[in-house]
Design a protein around this ligand. Structure first.
Ligand SMILES: Cc1cc2nc3c(=O)[nH]c(=O)nc-3n(C[C@H](O)[C@H](O)[C@H](O)COP(=O)(O)O)c2cc1C
Length: 302
């Protein structure tokens, strides 16, 4: 029997377990279509703000041992622009990532998508290098609850809270998102980090401090998924350093209902999705699993 690769993340149903993480390939519908057809279960857009943002000057992304450092500065054309762009989209499951400082901004943005086919919203409560948004919001649990509950009352679409590692215990941010009515949690975003060029003594990024992604953060992300899934009942989407089917399974065994892939496709390597699907399907056949849900959280038995 062919294993079933479909997943349920609370109210969200996807045909395949791995999705494109936010911010990796921008917002092009053509690219999103290619990613979906190459085997992704959904795509998450670049985080969109109420108004267009320019972002930081170059260099904004630097490859280092074990992954990437980035401080792009959330450059994006604004939620109204993207809403218009995807209003005709029917085929590709798009999760719209939103970033802002207060609940009014999120409400405004969600209203832009009233006539669009949005699979879910992912609230970026975790970008570690832009002031007053992202991680600074995630570090304020009361604000997190207010934002999530406002978004929940503005739309019927599922709402995912994306958390990261800030100065507040991220498990308190998760709790605040649950209190606001979040349907799922994505964990984690990039981790605050820095690199310096020894020859010139200059920081590698123009913004100096940015976020670390890629294989180097995978064990941290797996730990976070495991802790969230052990402590709370909410579905978790694992993100951080996934580049193989084994990585994806590690997150699933830690308690993730689905996974996101970011840095691994930063170089345009979109075959990663079909390789993850094939690898998981072969593993399921070998081990006698028929559904992905049977494997979620198996590491918690030990
Ligand atoms: C260049 C770049 C841009 C990113 N932009 C966003 C973003 O706009 N919103 C967001 O929530 N996460 C953003 N992220 C974080 C990723 O979605 C992901 O959480 C992180 O990179 C860890 O996954 P990975 O190790 O598979 O890359 C970005 C990451 C990178 C490398």
């Amino acid at each position: 029997m062919t294993p079933d690769l479909s997943v349920s993340i609370g109210p969200i149903s996807l045909g395949r377990p791995a999705m494109l993480a936010s911010g990796i390939l921008g917002i092009s519908l053509e690219v999103f279509g290619r990613i979906y057809r190459s085997g992704a279960g959904a795509v998450v857009s670049k985080s969109l703000s109420k108004e267009p943002w320019d972002g930081y000057p170059n260099p904004t992304i630097v490859g280092i041992k074990g992954g990437y450092l980035n401080a792009v500065g959330l450059s994006n054309p604004g939620a109204p622009y993207f809403a218009k762009m995807i209003s005709q989209n029917k085929d590709v499951p798009i999760i719209v990532s939103l970033v802002g400082s207060i609940e009014d901004e999120f409400e405004f943005m969600v209203k832009q998508f009233e006539n669009s086919n949005v699979t879910a919203y992912e609230l970026n409560l975790s970008c570690p290098h832009v002031e007053k948004v992202g991680l600074e919001v995630g570090d304020d649990p009361r604000l997190v609850t207010k934002i999530v509950s406002r978004v929940k009352s503005t739309t019927k679409a599922p709402v995912i809270a994306k958390v990261g590692l800030g100065t507040t215990n991220y498990l308190d941010t998760v709790k605040a998102a649950i209190d606001g009515g979040a349907d799922a949690i994505t964990a984690i975003n990039t981790i605050r980090a820095m690199g310096i060029d020894v020859e010139t003594q200059r920081p590698l990024l123009s913004h100096k401090i940015g976020g670390l992604s890629g294989p180097a953060i995978k064990p941290v992300a797996v730990r976070c998924v495991y802790e969230i899934a052990s402590k709370y009942k909410i579905p978790v989407i694992g993100c951080g350093g996934v580049s193989t089917w084994e990585d994806a399974l590690e997150f699933i065994f830690a308690g993730a209902s689905a996974i996101q892939v970011g840095s691994a496709i930063g170089d345009g390597w979109i075959d990663v999705f079909s390789e993850i699907n094939d690898g998981i399907a072969n593993y399921m056949k070998k081990k006698g699993f028929s559904n992905i849900s049977e494997m979620v959280g198996l590491a918690k038995r030990f």
